[in-house]
Design a protein around this ligand. Structure first.
Ligand code: C2O
Ligand code: CU
Ligand code: CU
Length: 505
């Protein structure tokens, strides 16, 4: 315990109680009525803890399908040693197993809700029938079981599953209802990339949390948290703080999931060392790109390969781009303390190689993906994201999420351009269900390497317009909607979400 090295900065802001917000809070979970944010400044030499690796679950083949049995359970976790906080997990006290499946397979789940509150489980990044999606309409009541099934159509990549409870995704994901999914396929297997789970192929679920002065997990619910999203100043990777990984190989593949509610991260290696970026949300890129940093917003994933051949320890760190009102260098309000500003550098993972090794190389060509062709599109749909005054009117095209309103009817099999514009002063990660799309451009400019592959979530910066090309290949159903929304979970819960159905034209 390095008590001496920790400084408490407690800021208490004037608070405005929100009416009707966070109505579906986790039972027994302390919803802070005010915005007490503790900035625990950690010594960067603080003791390391071995990185927790979620257990790999491959399910069981039954009647031609891969079947997973999962239970949502209440648990406890010590975010600070010796102080237990109530949590939610999937077959675990907190978070859950990595589900492994193969493209082309049929999968079935039996999800048992053993919580005392309703929940949902959404398969983020998958193309699937709307009633298997696990969005707000697929509520699983306490003591009920939900058994969706679908065919895995996705390319090999890192996906995830998490709560999508109507107006309650924020607190449930924060409490732990989230975990990774690995999809494997033949195309990727043929490349011989590092793929030994937990050995040279590691999932990193990066989450920030607010811990109060007594060491308990807090979900702030004041106006500031609802507007900016909940951001903590302590980072947990797979639930481990100050995580350390002992590598036995000369190359490490990290699959990074920004599983935070609201915080954006720029991931990099200390000392500005290069990483090879190989994958985005929906699979491998066409080739690897040497990069110094990777920006991921909530919901986004990125895969990098790190060279450990020198045998020297490396540290993965992240800075956090300021997503305050008046973004990126300038408004009057962006110096507010929101629990760790843009200049903080967070420790994400310390990597300790066993020994020096022969440098390994990556194949030149990864996936074969053609450039997106916007001329295929037969129409353009426009989505304008807005927050209203002080975050009081989270909306898309002027409408706040209404479970009874279908906002868009999209013909199946039709190429479309979705033009997403941001009228607010914060960046929003826009996520679309049931599709992997391609980014055409941002304000007319070609997208960065991470956005040259398949995506299901894309950052839209303030005053920016992003165009994506997409097509819903099947699963038309005029009655069952899918969602599109901001993946800052407090924005989603406050209504920056809309519904679409896929219809026969
Ligand atoms: Cu990852 Cu609609 O959510
Ligand atoms: Cu999703
Ligand atoms: Cu948002």
């Amino acid at each position: 315990m390095h008590r001496k090295n920790q400084t408490f900065l407690i800021e208490r802001r004037a608070l405005l109680k929100g009416a009707g917000m966070a109505a579906a809070g986790f039972a027994g979970f302390p919803l802070a009525g005010c915005e007490a944010q503790n900035a625990l400044l950690h010594d960067s030499q603080a003791r390391s803890n071995p990185l927790a690796i979620p257990p790999l679950q491959q399910g069981r083949i039954e009647g031609g399908a891969r079947v997973f049995r999962l239970s949502l359970t209440a648990g406890q976790k010590e975010f600070v040693p010796g102080v237990a906080s109530p949590t939610i997990g999937i077959d675990a006290p907190y978070l859950g197993p990595t589900l492994e499946m193969r493209r082309g397979e049929r999968v079935r789940f039996h999800v048992e809700n053993e919580l005392t509150e309703g929940a949902t489980v959404h398969w983020h990044g998958f193309e699937l029938p709307a009633d298997a999606d696990g969005g707000p309409h697929q509520l699983i009541r306490p003591n009920e079981r939900w058994s969706p099934a679908f065919e895995v159509r996705q390319r090999a990549s890192l996906y995830w599953y998490h709560s999508h409870l109507h107006r309650g995704a924020g607190p449930q994901v924060y409490a732990g209802l989230a975990a990774p999914i690995y999809v494997r396929d033949d195309e990727e297997d043929a490349l011989d990339l590092p793929s030994d789970y937990g050995v040279d192929d590691i999932p990193l679920i990066v989450q920030d949390r607010v811990i109060d002065g007594s060491g308990r997990l807090i979900y702030p619910s004041g106006m500031h948290a609802r507007m900016m999203g909940v951001r903590g100043d302590r980072i947990y990777v797979n639930g481990t703080e100050n995580a350390m990984f002992d590598a036995a190989t000369g190359q490490l593949r990290l699959r990074i999931l920004n599983g935070s509610n609201a915080r954006f991260y720029d991931f990099s290696l200390e000392g500005d060392r290069p990483m090879q970026l190989i994958g985005s949300d929906g699979g491998l890129l066409d080739r690897s790109h040497p990069v110094r940093s990777v920006r991921l917003a909530p919901g986004e994933r990125g895969q990098v390969v790190i060279d450990l051949s020198e045998g020297r320890p490396l540290r993965l760190v992240a800075s956090s781009p300021d997503n305050a009102m008046g973004m990126m260098g300038g408004g009057m309000m962006n110096r507010r303390n929101d629990g760790g500003g843009s200049d903080r550098v967070f420790r994400i993972l310390d990597i300790r190689p066993a020994r020096a090794a022969q440098p390994a190389s990556l194949p030149n060509q990864l996936a074969s993906i053609a450039a997106p062709d916007p001329s295929l599109a037969v129409r353009t749909r426009r989505f304008v994201l807005d927050m209203g005054m002080m975050g009081g009117g989270m909306s898309i095209n002027g409408a706040t999420m209404d479970m009874n309103v279908v906002n868009e009817r999209v013909p199946v099999g039709q190429w479309e351009i979705w033009e997403i514009a941001n009228a607010s002063m914060m960046a929003h990660p826009f996520h679309i269900h049931n599709v992997q799309f391609r980014v055409i451009d941002r304000d007319g400019h070609a997208p960065p390497p991470l956005e040259t592959g398949f995506k299901d979530t894309v950052i839209v910066n303030p005053r920016e317009q992003v165009r994506v090309l997409l097509r819903f290949e099947e699963y038309s159903d005029p009655d069952k909607p899918y969602m599109y929304h901001c993946h800052i979970l407090e924005h989603e819960d406050a209504g920056m979400m809309g519904q679409f159905v896929v219809v026969n034209s």
